[in-house]
Design a protein around this ligand. Sequence first.
Ligand code: TXA
Ligand code: MG
Length: 349
Amino acid sequence: MQTEIIKIDRENIDKEALKHAGEVIKNGGLAAFPTETVYGLGGDAKNPESSKKIYAAKGRPSDNPLIVHIADFEDIKKISKNLPDLAKKLSDAFWPGPLTMIVEKNDVIPYETTGGLDTVAVRLPSDEVARELIRASGGFVAAPSANTSGRPSPTKAWHVIEDMDGKIDVIIDSGRSLLGLESTIVDLTVKDPVILRPGFITESMIRKVCEGVSTDPGIIAADSNVKPKAPGMKYRHYAPSAPVAVIEGEEVLVTEKIKSLISDARTKGQKVGILCATENENLYDADFIIALGCKDDEAELAGNLFDAMRRFDHEDIDVIYSEGFSREELGAALMNRLLKAAGHTVIKV
Ligand code: TXA
Ligand code: MG
């Protein structure tokens, strides 16, 4: 299949071009598009055949449900039932934006889209290009992150091209995603809402709207017996090809430990990659060093993580050592992704 690449300038959105991409989706095709979190791989959420194509293009297990993207709050009512009042409150506080709500689905959304579940994940992105495309596609776009299953989520159009060229109809290129980390997922089908995946909308932000919110223990547990509730969170994920180990502890001990790991690996002839805070990048003598951002700037650190993971793959690195970062607030989302990429290999010092 020839994939059409369409450049859309966010400052001057070409609505005709998005109309064309919308027609592709309406006709059962697939179009990757930017959102403020990561790029999504979009198909018509009401069309079971489109969802099957999404799973095939990603190589994703079909029990892992897709998020339905809408452009107007009222549209959530058209695909759900027993919608709790909390959905409106959360929407008022955080939509459009990087929050996904799980609610009960109705018959409009086929089981192919929800991986066989009776619930559906719904998100209203803030990215203007995304919203314009959703409207042009009929209002309900199923979209997982536009990466091959298991690879880091795409935060730039070339990441999507790397994974999806030749497999889908259209890729819309609008440069880099503003945030660079997938949305927070909150389950509203239980009595007190539960965060199934941490993201930019943090637990403490949601608590201001709903006191009873908590975070699913399965997503932070290193113990594989504690299973996460979002099906997608159970797979090894976000990972570069090389093994990753995270070194956590007091900062001086961490940097010393990483230095000694580098020299051990090098005596074995291994090519070493390092992920660290900008403040520490000059401390290490490794083959490929990526400074994610300043250590107190979790938004910057989180926003650069997936791009860094892909860059390691291009450098044929044998082993990657990463500094640990704060797990507070947005740090919870960053460390969730990093620890998953590391398969929970943590060295405590
Ligand atoms: O920021 C995002 O959310 C991006 C952009 C494209 O919107 N999308 C995204 O989709 O990250 P995906 O498919 O890569 O991740 C969706 C996650 C998976 O872990 C999936 O298991 C979970 O959401 N999920 C979807 N529907 C669910 C449901 N009904 N119940 C529980 N978990 C669900
Ligand atoms: Mg994903």
